[in-house]
Every structure is written in structure tokens, then in C-alpha cells.
Design a protein around this ligand. Structure first.
Ligand code: ADP
Length: 310
């Protein structure tokens, strides 16, 4: 069999159009448009591109967006001050701090400074914790992109074997948490028997687990980690890895963790790189911004409109 290639760009387009429709009806009702503020510290070239893509996506949907560029050499305290100011602006619905941050600041401290109700990246420890105990929370863009793709494939993961390669706190771990957790009412994602493989999984064990997977998610940044001989017929493959390599002709190319040519001959569905998970991820940040605007999540005392006293 030959896999259906999942068109991430098309999925992202559908999501963005849904948001656009909703935003234009809000504005037509005389309400203000949602607003996203992005903090970009330093000049990391990949970060500049990511931030630009998010701003363009916001713009497309009618969500206003500003990018705050902060020089590389500022102190952590300066960044915290900027965040505090954005926390207090009622017309800022979503705040996003582009990672990585320069080495002189703690990403944990900075991410935790974002008011949980405005934390559209879901990196604040309160959002991470709430998510772990099944409370409403902002889910980081990459995991929610993966889930969104699985949802739109109309597969039910209940009782299936899911294998996640990679355990990073923002990507692999939350994906695995979602796949193993009991399904929310009306959802078809969750209740899978979930295995997390990581850098200390011996190669023969990695092989063994991957072979058992009905759903395989890879997020390692290791090109060619998964080859056709390793997977089961009909597996659903979501490739989150994205690595820049030079091809035979010395041309730069983006590749995932999965040998696409080989594995797509055995899989039932597969995401390409680029054009798979990436575009959907961007759309999910924008979706979170709309949710923040609408105060969709029940944050109790951490609601974005209720600021802690100084
Ligand atoms: P990201 O933030 O995109 O998840 P990281 O570089 O932070 O990427 O994480 C890479 C992940 O890949 C780590 O969790 C690491 O344990 C995992 N990993 C590295 N090598 C292997 C391997 N051979 N098999 C499975 N997982 C691996």
C-alpha cells in the first residue's frame, strides 16, 4: 500500500479560515480584534523566520500582532519587565516569547512570567501542570498541531499502540501525555497504550517498540532515525523532526526524522517535512490567541483579566 500524504498546509489553511471567519464576525459586531504580542530576544535566524510566520498567520486571520525586538545583550530583568507590562495591557490577549533565549537568562523564569491566561504558547508551569492533571490549559503549538492532524484523520487512538520518539518538555512529552490520557468527551484522541523512546533507548529496543506502533510520532531531530524495515504495515506516521541538511549537491534542504521515501510505502498516513506538522503548528498559536481573547479557558484566579496585585 502507499500512504496518504498529510497536507499540513491545507489543514493549516482550514484552521486559519475558521479563525478568520470568527474574527471578522467579532469585528462586524463592533468588537475589537484579538491581539498577539510576540517577544523576540536577539537575532537567531530561525527564530526570526518563525516569528515572521506567526505574525503573517495572525494578520491573515485579522488578529493584530506586534513583534517586540529586544537586543541579545539585555538582562533577564529587562525581559521580565516587558512581559509584566504586556500582562497588564487589557488589549493584549496573547503573549508569546520566542525560544530559545540567550544563555544569560532562564527560560523557565521568563516563561513563568507570562500571565497564564495570556500564555498562548502554554509554556508557563501553571499551564503545564494544569494540562497534566486534566484541567483546561493552553497546549503548546507543536503538540496541539500533532493532535489536530490526528483528529482530522478521523482515527480513534483508543486501545491502539502509540510510540513517541523524543521526550522534550515542549514537544515529545506533551504529545505522549495526550496520547495516553483518557479521552475527553467527544474526542477520538487519547486512551492509547503509549511508549516514550528517547536517547537512552537501545537501538534494538527502539526497533522493537517502533514495530509495535499503530501511531508513530517522531520528534528527535535525527534524520533517518526511522526506516521502512522498522515500521508495521498501515502505521500512521507524524514526523515532527525538522533538520537542515546539505544534499549531495550541497544544497540546503529540510528533512524529518523519518525516511519518507521508504516509510511512505508501508504507512497508511504520513506527514511530509516540510509541509506537514510545521504549518499546522503556526495555525494553533493563532487559535490559542483567539481562545485567550474569548477567555475560553476557565482560569479561576489566573484569568487574564484578573491580575495579581502588585
Ligand atoms: P525537540 O525540542 O524538537 O523535541 P530536542 O532536541 O529537545 O528536540 O529533543 C530531542 C529528543 O530526541 C530528546 O528527548 C532525546 O532523548 C530524543 N532522542 C535522541 N536520540 C534518540 C534516539 N536515538 N531514539 C529516540 N529518541 C532520541
Amino acid at each position: 500500500s502507499k500512504a496518504a500524504v498529510i497536507d499540513g498546509k491545507a489543514i493549516a489553511q482550514v484552521i486559519k479560515d475558521e479563525i478568520k471567519t470568527e474574527v471578522s464576525s467579532l469585528v462586524a459586531d463592533g468588537k475589537r480584534a484579538p491581539h498577539l504580542s510576540v517577544l523576540l530576544v536577539g537575532n537567531n535566524p530561525a527564530s526570526i523566520i518563525y516569528v515572521r510566520n506567526k505574525a503573517l498567520a495572525a494578520q491573515y486571520t485579522g488578529i493584530s500582532c506586534d513583534i517586540l525586538r529586544i537586543p541579545e545583550n539585555v538582562s533577564e530583568g529587562e525581559v521580565l519587565k516587558e512581559i509584566e507590562a504586556l500582562n497588564r495591557l487589557p488589549e493584549v490577549d496573547g503573549i508569546l516569547v520566542q525560544l530559545p533565549l540567550p544563555p544569560n537568562m532562564s527560560e523557565r523564569t521568563v516563561c513563568d512570567a507570562v500571565l497564564p491566561g495570556k500564555d498562548v504558547d502554554g509554556f508557563n508551569v501553571l499551564n503545564v501542570g494544569r494540562f497534566c492533571v486534566n484541567q483546561e490549559a493552553f497546549i503548546p503549538a507543536t503538540p496541539s498541531g500533532v493532535l489536530e492532524i490526528l483528529k482530522r484523520l478521523n482515527i480513534n487512538t483508543l486501545g491502539k499502540n502509540a510510540v513517541v520518539c523524543g521526550r522534550s518538555k515542549n514537544v515529545g512529552l506533551p504529545i505522549a501525555l495526550h496520547l495516553h490520557a483518557s479521552q475527553n468527551k467527544g474526542s477520538t484522541i487519547g486512551d492509547a497504550t503509549t511508549t516514550i523512546c528517547h536517547r537512552n533507548t537501545p537501538p534494538d529496543q527502539l526497533r522493537h517498540f517502533i514495530k509495535s506502533a499503530d501511531i508513530l510520532v517522531t520528534a528527535t531531530g535525527i534524520p533517518g532515525l526511522v526506516t521502512a524495515d522498522m515500521v508495521k504495515d498501515g502505521v500512521v506516521v507524524i514526523d515532527v523532526g525538522i533538520t537542515r541538511i546539505l544534499d549531495k549537491n550541497g544544497k540546503a534542504r529540510l528533512v524529518g526524522d523519518v525516511d519518507f521515501a521508504g516509510v511512505s510505502k508501508k504507512a497508511s498516513y504520513i506527514t511530509p517535512v516540510p509541509g506537514g506538522v510545521g504549518p499546522v503548528t503556526v495555525a494553533m498559536v493563532i487559535k490559542n490567541t483567539l481562545a485567550a481573547y474569548k477567555n475560553e479557558l476557565d482560569y479561576g484566579p489566573w484569568n487574564k483579566s484578573v491580575l495579581p496585585s502588585r
